[in-house]
Design a protein around this ligand. Structure first.
Ligand code: SF4
Ligand code: SF4
Length: 464
């Protein structure tokens, strides 16, 4: 008989939560049926949204305008390809009170704003709030002219004449120099401030990843720019352990980011509430601890409840590309039951335990892709992280009797999960991906460690 995962996560939940390529994820599941074969979520009504009442959604009030924003926001980045399927998801979301939809010009290889526009424009404009971004990260787009083209194109794609939430996309990467190049020296920020005055942008903010000096600089100039909101990465692991999980820059814990924003009265939009799905795919040991405190809730629900318990959070983005995730999340937020102190303390202890694991801080966002040498970067990291969290890494150095057996199992699992041409040994250390990773991960260094894991008969070094 299959071993049950004490958190009750089923295969479909695992696939989507990890944000992995379908084939890769399916291979991983096939390799480890005992760990991932669990009771269907339909056996636990607290984890499904099929009976989530319409009208039960929790809302937060946007300061200054009094608008009611659903605490669950729809991250559109990983939408299905078929428009009908997107429409079905959006119809369910809107019927259940979700009214915040987040996209960007760069999502979906440039197609995401168009899909979002087509699905939302079926509704009266006042029914939804749409967020999009100035994704001029590439140096070729730094001129005012090119950036304005991107800005105007967002209106066309979204089929709107005003944008509710407009963000300077992913500031922090490249430090202050890049911020100056993208937004200050070219006059772009001045232009966007005028657009806000004119009402074409209703709320102006920025999303932050990377160098905390940029975050601080922008907030130090709040009197000049009057940020309406800021989007940050926040979850119970990054609250105290963000710095320890990245290698360069990006060393600010979410507690610091949230605390500064709260003091300034700037509301937060939260991204990565489940840290790229890793907080939905926790170890059996963690599941047992969670279940002891509150039986039957999925790890994802714990993660969302923790985020939503913070009063300065305006909305919590979740990339819901499958109906079962949408249903579960709608149920979690309808209404959101805040975590009491005892649960917060439990999650803090669990975060401490997790931070000791040598996982790679990849959120599987795929911003680094494609790799011109074919490496499936998020797929490799997701595989490795899964092996770590499920205790299958053939480390430490093999004094253990079962070392050879574990190493063989690791190699076989790796070969089955990652196609030959997408494996870590294809990495040529070209460095192209480094500038694209919002988590500031030393991707080629990690790749070379992954290669070591598969090459040596005896693994002598851990990844960290
Ligand atoms: S450094 Fe490696 S993984 Fe990154 S883009 Fe270059 S070859 Fe691909
Ligand atoms: S950009 Fe960074 S965090 Fe995103 S998938 Fe690539 S390595 Fe992972």
């Amino acid at each position: 008989m299959d071993k049950k995962n004490p958190c009750g996560m089923d295969r479909r939940q695992f696939l989507g939560r990890m944000g992995m390529g379908y084939a890769t994820a399916l291979s991983l599941m096939a390799l480890h049926p005992l760990r991932l074969s669990a009771r269907s979520q339909t056996t636990n009504s607290t984890q499904t949204g099929t009976d989530a009442p319409e009208g039960g959604m929790t809302y937060r009030t946007q300061r200054g305008t009094g608008e009611k924003i659903s605490l669950l926001g729809f991250g559109m980045m990983r939408l299905p390809r078929e428009q009908e399927e997107v429409d079905r998801l959006v119809d369910y979301a809107i019927a259940h009170g979700v009214n915040y939809f987040d996209t960007a010009p760069v999502y979906g290889g440039g197609t995401n704003e168009g899909i979002t526009g087509r699905t939302l424009s079926r509704y009266p404009r006042e029914k939804y709030y749409v967020a999009t971004k100035m994704s001029n990260q590439h140096r070729d787009l730094w001129s005012l002219e090119r950036s304005k083209e991107m800005y105007e194109n967002s209106f066309r794609q979204l089929q709107v004449d005003y944008i509710d939430y407009y963000l300077l996309h992913s500031v922090g990467g490249g430090g202050l120099e890049t911020l100056r190049g993208r937004f200050l020296d070219n006059g772009l920020l001045d232009f966007l401030l005028k657009e806000r005055e004119a009402g074409r942008i209703r709320h102006l903010g920025f999303s932050y990843h990377g160098d905390v000096k940029v975050f601080d600089w922008l907030l130090d100039h709040h009197d000049t720019y009057h940020w309406d909101f800021v989007q940050i990465q926040m979850n119970y692991l990054d609250w105290h352990h963000a710095g320890s999980r990245r290698r360069r820059g990006g060393d600010a814990n979410a507690e610091y980011l949230y605390g500064r924003l709260e003091k300034l009265g700037i509301q937060c939009v939260i991204m990565e509430p489940l840290r790229g799905g890793s907080l939905a795919n926790v170890t059996d040991e963690v599941c047992t601890q969670l279940n002891r405190s509150r039986s039957g809730d999925s790890p994802a629900r714990w993660g969302f409840r923790w985020v939503g318990s913070h009063p300065n959070v305006l909305t919590t983005l979740s990339g819901m590309n499958r109906m079962e995730h949408l249903e579960e999340n709608v149920a979690t937020f309808s209404p959101l039951e805040p975590c009491p102190k005892v649960e917060n303390e439990l999650l803090a202890r669990i975060a401490d335990q997790m931070s000791g694991l040598p996982t790679i801080g990849c959120t599987t966002c795929a911003y680094c892709m494609p790799c011109k040498y074919g490496v499936d970067i998020p797929g490799n990291f997701a595989f490795y992280n899964k092996e770590v969290t499920e205790g299958r890494l053939p480390l430490p150095e093999p004094t253990a009797d079962d070392y050879d057996q574990r190493r063989t199992a690791y190699l076989e699992a790796y070969r089955a999960a990652i196609p030959d041409k997408a494996r870590a040994n294809r990495c040529q250390d070209c460095g192209e991906c480094l500038k694209k990773c919002p988590q500031q991960l030393p991707i080629p260094t990690h790749m070379s460690h992954l290669v070591e894991m598969t090459r040596k008969k005896r693994v002598r070094d851990s990844l960290h």
